[in-house]
Design a protein around this ligand. Structure first.
Ligand SMILES: *Cc1c(COP(=O)(O)O)cnc(C)c1O
Length: 377
């Protein structure tokens, strides 16, 4: 494993190899390069005027990750009392927390209000009524539905409303004593299509004007998450996305607005490397199967939704084509197919690159396999 593979930051790779060489920690575990997280945090938002970053905690809620981000002064986007409690335990001020889940549980809402959180997303009349009752006077922003084409993890169907309904929802919130401050959207996670942000900001601009005509002066645009990372394909870079977004915002919206950004994947994704062990090999029909100790249920859930990881294995043997599977007895637990890798021995390490986001946060203890630990390096 001496050569830096194609799909990883060189410094991260060196740190990972050193860590593995110097410890004999039992796999599986997830390494996160804290320096790369730092770099990403300082990069994100740099290209957008008046922007503030709120890390989407669901991408990786490990306490050490949250402490690191807290020390860097980032904001946080949360959706549940569990996420809130983690932030409270490390002393994150309520002004640095927002919630963009348009459907909040009662328990979460009560705790968030108690804690002092004042920014809430919504996309229905029922949520306005819930907020008016439990969080009177709070700041609200409406979730607009926008194109998700070209995103590997589309989110558009679950939440968001069209223009007319959004305008009515802003009015309804005002009528119920809430403070309508802005608009949000999500272009879909792992979005590799710059056009989605253009289309979304355009749509938000139309809604902004419509709201103004009804006497509602908005002041915040929340552009959600979606910044992509490199798995096995090159992606559009953050600078390019932000340049385009900033241009549209500057051209089409008032000068003094606040822009919120809620990156999850882009903050921690490519800083993470899963360290696993090959636990078995088998030939089944024409296929070569490789089994490792992390799988779909204890960390690699996104692999069944279309995320294709890059892998590195410690072996100099001939390259073969593998079906890569996890350790559980469920037939869903197949991570990848047609993976080209040199043949490892059982017991060898297998590394999964760019696996810092949406891995541990999705993991369960299904079939008795424990959730891998996260270690910052
Ligand atoms: C998940 C989520 C995010 C983060 O999305 P990424 O694609 O990981 O950047 C941001 N905002 C909301 C409302 C989300 O649900």
């Amino acid at each position: 494993m001496n050569i830096t593979p194609e799909f990883i930051n060189e410094k991260t790779w060196t740190k990972v190899l050193n860590y593995i060489a110097l410890t004999d920690k039992e796999s599986p575990y997830l390494l996160i390069d804290s320096e790369l997280v730092r770099e990403k945090v300082s990069l994100i938002g740099k290209g957008i005027r008046n922007s503030k970053v709120f890390y989407a905690v669901k991408a990786n809620p490990d306490i050490e990750v949250l402490k690191l981000l807290n020390s860097l002064g980032t904001g946080f986007e949360i959706a549940s009392e569990g996420e809130l409690q983690m932030l409270a335990s490390i002393g994150v001020e309520p002004e640095r927390i927002i919630t963009s889940n348009p459907m909040k549980t009662f328990k979460f809402l009560e705790q968030a209000v108690d804690y002092g959180v004042t920014y809430y997303a919504y996309d229905s009349n029922a949520e306005v009524e819930k907020l008016a009752r439990h969080a009177p006077g709070c700041n609200v922003y409406v979730r607009l539905s926008v194109p998700n084409e070209g995103s590997e993890w589309p989110l558009s169907k679950k939440f968001g409303v069209e223009m007319d309904e959004a305008a009515e929802l802003l009015l309804y919130a005002k009528e119920k004593g809430l403070n309508p401050v802005g608009i949000t959207f999500h272009v879909g996670s792992q979005c590799n299509n710059v056009y989605n942000w253009n289309a979304a900001v355009d749509k938000a601009r139309d809604l902004w004007e419509a709201a103004g005509q009804h006497g509602i002066k908005l002041k915040m645009l929340n552009i959600g998450g979606g910044y992509p990372i490199r798995y096995t394909k090159n992606v559009v870079d953050i600078e390019t996305i932000e340049k385009k977004v900033n241009k549209v915002i500057c051209q089409k919206l008032p000068h003094d607005i606040d822009v919120f950004i809620e990156p999850g994947r882009a903050v921690v994704g490519d800083a993470g490397v899963f360290v696993s062990t090959v636990i078995g090999k088998a030939k089944r029909g024409d296929e070569n199967w490789l089994y490792i100790d992390v799988g779909v249920f204890n960390g690699l859930m996104e692999s069944i939704g279309g995320i294709k990881y890059a892998y590195v294995v410690g072996s100099r043997s001939d390259v073969m084509t593998w079906t890569l599977a996890g350790p559980s007895c469920d037939s869903f637990d197949v991570i990848d197919r047609e993976v080209e890798l040199p043949e490892p021995e059982t017991g060898n390490r297998l590394l999964i690159l760019s696996s810092g986001a949406y891995t541990i946060s999705y993991a369960s203890e299904f079939n008795g396999f424990s959730i891998p630990k996260t270690i910052l390096i």
